[in-house]
Design a protein around this ligand. Structure first.
Ligand SMILES: Cc1cc2nc3c(=O)[nH]c(=O)nc-3n(C[C@H](O)[C@H](O)[C@H](O)COP(=O)(O)OP(=O)(O)OC[C@H]3O[C@@H](n4cnc5c(N)ncnc54)[C@H](O)[C@@H]3O)c2cc1C
Ligand code: FES
Length: 258
């Protein structure tokens, strides 16, 4: 699969919620090669601090010249990204990793996203024909973080259900509370979010005998398979290197209990 280093140009940056930002970037080589579930390594500023690039899922992509990233500010690198302005350059490497594998044609699909893990699911929903077959379950701390993201899925024609930790929107509780009711009418599930959420999704899908793919999270220093820092325990005493074997893997490949 082609990978490029590209100096992208920021088209726009929008604040969606207190610490959520959406960056639109012009990066034609990466945008034309990107597949849903893949990520880019981003150099967060022009200086040496922070030294390492940061991994971000491709949130949306028009397939020709523009892609979007959804950024939650958690530290130095993401803070710098949130302060960027249109016209600035951001150096990217991508598209990287294995993305989502397609389901059988026209079968009903469930997408489950928790927090910033929602980021890659919109790109995936845009490519799933027809998007009306997707039920999307979104969870977050507060409703504010979900309003605009949920609208993106609804605009495609997906059915959306919401769960929030503080009860400010939708179900008051965990997004996984919503899942079991949908599985009898689901052929395949795709999840991205915190590891405990994905472990719960994997278990619920296993119990219901529904195939499930997850997009794993791990600290990444290189994103290219060189540092071996992004290891997750796999089944059968294997190690999964998230940047190369993933980030998307079959849920059955992960040793969730370790
Ligand atoms: C494949 C992949 C896709 C990702 N996609 C997105 C995305 O679309 N949007 C987004 O906002 N973030 C995404 N992340 C997480 C993002 O890379 C980190 O939040 C970012 O690197 C933090 O950089 P920082 O310098 O701001 O924070 P740091 O100062 O490096 O860290 C701040 C805090 O965040 C924690 N942290 C840092 N990296 C990770 C990580 N990879 N997983 C869990 N916790 C972490 C640290 O332990 C620390 O507590 C993704 C991570 C991976 C591996
Ligand atoms: S991040 Fe370096 S090997 Fe995966």
């Amino acid at each position: 699969m082609p990978e490029y280093q590209e100096n992208s140009i920021i088209d726009s940056i929008d604040r969606l919620a207190e610490s959520f930002y959406r960056l639109s970037l012009r990066a034609p080589r990466i945008a034309s090669a990107a597949r849903p579930g893949q990520f880019v390594m981003v150099s967060c500023g022009p200086f040496l601090d922070p030294l390492l690039r940061r991994p971000f899922s491709i949130h949306r992509c028009n397939g020709s010249d523009t892609l979007q990233l959804l950024i939650r500010v958690v530290g130095r690198g993401t803070e710098l990204l949130a302060r960027c302005r249109p016209g600035q350059n951001l150096n990217l490497i991508g598209p990287l990793g294995h993305g989502f594998n397609p389901p059988a044609a026209k079968t009903p699909i469930c997408l489950i996203g928790g927090g910033i893990g929602i980021a890659p699911l919109l790109f995936w929903a845009e490519r799933l024909e027809p998007p009306e077959r997707c039920t999307v379950l979104l969870g977050s701390r507060t409703g504010e973080e979900l309003i605009q993201l949920a609208a993106g899925f609804r605009d495609l024609g997906c059915r959306v259900e919401i769960a929030t930790d503080d009860g400010s929107l939708g179900h008051h509780g965990l997004v996984t509370d919503l899942l079991a009711a949908h599985l009898p009418a689901t052929a395949k599930a795709y999840a991205c979010g915190p590891m405990p959420m994905m472990a719960a999704v994997a278990q619920i899908c296993r119990d219901a005998k529904v195939a499930c793919e997850v997009s794993l999270e791990a600290h990444m220093a290189c994103g290219l398979g060189a540092c071996l820092g992004c290891t997750v325990h796999g089944t059968g005493n294997r190690y999964l290197h998230v940047c190369k074997n993933g980030p998307v893997v079959n849920a059955e490949e992960v040793a969730w209990q370790r």
